[in-house]
Design a binder for this molecule. Sequence first.
Ligand code: A4P
Ligand code: MG
Length: 206
Amino acid sequence: MTERDLSYASAGNGAAGNGAGDNRTVVFSLGSNLGDRLVNLQLGLDVLAASGLSLVAVSSVYETDPVGGVEQADYLNAVLLARSSLPPRDILARCAAAETAAERVRTQRWGPRTLDVDIIACGCVVSTDPALTLPHPRAHERAFVLIPWLELDSGAALPGWGRVADLLKTTPAGPDSPVSDLTGGVRRRPELLLTLPAQEADAPCS
Ligand code: A4P
Ligand code: MG
């Protein structure tokens, strides 16, 4: 794993975090198409928060046509931004813990799942390790990742691939699809809300 640049700038960077110089923005994709999909996404978010990650922002929830794999039900997808100075492998372990909490059972690749938590990007870390590939190897072509991410950060960029807004022009979502449009199999569901846990208030000065 190489670290090309730790200075990835993204929306909300000033919000949370521990102030360490190597604090990175971590972009997560959450997906569910089995069971109570919204409850599963919220559970994933809550487990990540409880594991010590500083969550910064969560996108709207999007209902999305399944991409790849077997015939299966539509997904709910969302993107979550966090700040962390943990090694990426430790963050991946937290993703696995969130999936376990949602009782995910793996039967087939790209099959239906209660919860999938992927790391889309971790600062500007680049890795070709199959156990943790960064950025996520298919993120650049997935409207169900790019559209929610763009909603959170209009200037977002995928390391090695460029601006998310530009990548979206080449996805099935189409060249000019506004984020809230019913296009490209990615439909915003504004009535479905994910909530970030309340940040702890600063200790009062004495
Ligand atoms: N892995 C490597 N890099 C990463 C990363 N950046 N983040 C490894 C997370 N995991 C990463 O993942 C398989 C292996 O990928 C893990 O052992 C991990 O170490 P998995 O979650 O067990 O299985 P998977 O999710 O079925 O595989 P994969 O290849 O990650 O699937 P994708 O490409 O993420 O696709 N359609 C819609 N509409 N919405 C979706 O959310 N998701 C998928 C899954 C397919 N179609 C979808 C959606
Ligand atoms: Mg996965």
